[in-house]
Ligand binder design. Structure first.
Ligand code: 1HE
Length: 268
């Protein structure tokens, strides 16, 4: 029996389950532009630790109001006047949440709008797919605030845009948006209308894949980037050994063999 997700256990996250196992998780602090305080990070840790064991088939991560996420809660940080050790430990909780997202095995699709800045960009870069709309913009204002990234940007944002662009973003406050942001890899989609609608469509599509296949796609590829090419190839063969022989795949292979399965065609 799978673990259940109970939306009433969450205060800063609104969680809505669809029949096909897609869950929409909305950071619900619009009055703070969805800034990440320590309670919200703990809720993200809980949700993303639970989702892989709770039959969640795909996740859309969204923000409430006009902005996806304004990053670290600067007011909480200012008020708490944290010690180096306290902030170090806090960063490890961010990493716990974001690693669970990236390596958890459940597809996470971020529906972006407005500000995706600082820790908000660290959050978005932990998703597997990012959908931007016309209002979306990306920045790392840490440099201007007297801060440094602590939620994995040096790995994930540098991985998306390269270290030189990340350094420029932090030194100068450079903002990326629109097609340029997509071309750089900050998002995979730029939509005219609602990024949430588009992210939902993608999530419903991904939810039709077999869970074990999605698990491999949404954990193995990330893990393999951390390995030497030789070890990654070995691990890939091992994962494929398990995934490609799963009994649940036989019906799909049978459908291909008897010509009832959809063929891969170019876009119209
Ligand atoms: C916040 C935060 C926040 C807004 N922490 N409270 N991140 C930043 O440096 C981005 C800071 N925020 C902004 O630049 C702007 O707020 C926005 C571009 C996101 C939105 O602008 P706007 O004009 O819609 O809103 P606002 O008037 O600036 O803010 C509305 C309220 O949200 C206001 O609270 P109020 O009680 O005065 O109404 C703001 O204080 C609050 N608010 N952003 C706390 N970030 C692990 S290390 C990661 C390091 C970082 O992430 S550093 C980057 C932080």
């Amino acid at each position: 029996m799978a673990i259940q997700i109970d939306p009433s256990h969450y205060t800063n996250l609104a969680i809505e389950a669809h029949d096909d196992g897609v869950h929409v998780v909305t950071i619900n602090r619009p009055h703070k532009r969805n800034a990440l305080d320590s309670d919200t990070i703990e809720e993200l840790v809980t949700f993303f630790s639970t989702a892989p064991r709770a039959d969640v088939r795909a996740i859309v991560l969204a923000g409430s109001g006009d902005h996806f996420c304004a990053g670290l809660d600067l007011i909480e940080h200012h008020t708490a006047d944290r010690s180096p050790a306290a902030f170090w430990h806090l960063c490890l909780r961010w990493h716990e949440a974001f690693n669970k997202m990236e390596y958890g095995g459940v597809p996470v699709i971020a529906a972006l709008k407005g500000a995706v800045v600082g820790g908000g960009l660290e959050l978005a870069s932990s998703a597997h797919i990012r959908v931007a709309d016309k209002t979306t913009y990306f920045a790392l204002p840490e440099g201007q605030r007297g801060l440094f990234t602590g939620g994995g940007a040096t790995i994930r944002v540098a991985g998306l845009v390269g270290k030189a662009r990340m350094i420029d973003m932090m030194l100068t406050g450079r903002v990326y948006q629109g097609q340029e942001a997509v071309d750089l890899g900050l998002a995979q989609y730029l939509v005219e209308g609602s990024s949430l609608d588009h992210a939902l469509n993608l999530a419903h599509k991904a939810a039709q894949n077999l869970p074990l296949t999605n698990f491999a796609i949404c954990s193995a590829i990330s893990h393999m980037q951390n390995m030497s090419p030789l070890d990654a190839a070995y691990a890939e063969a091992c994962v494929a050994g398990v995934v490609n022989t799963q009994p649940e795949a036989r019906a799909r292979l049978e459908a291909f063999a008897n010509k009832t399965a959809a063929r891969v065609r170019p876009n119209e």
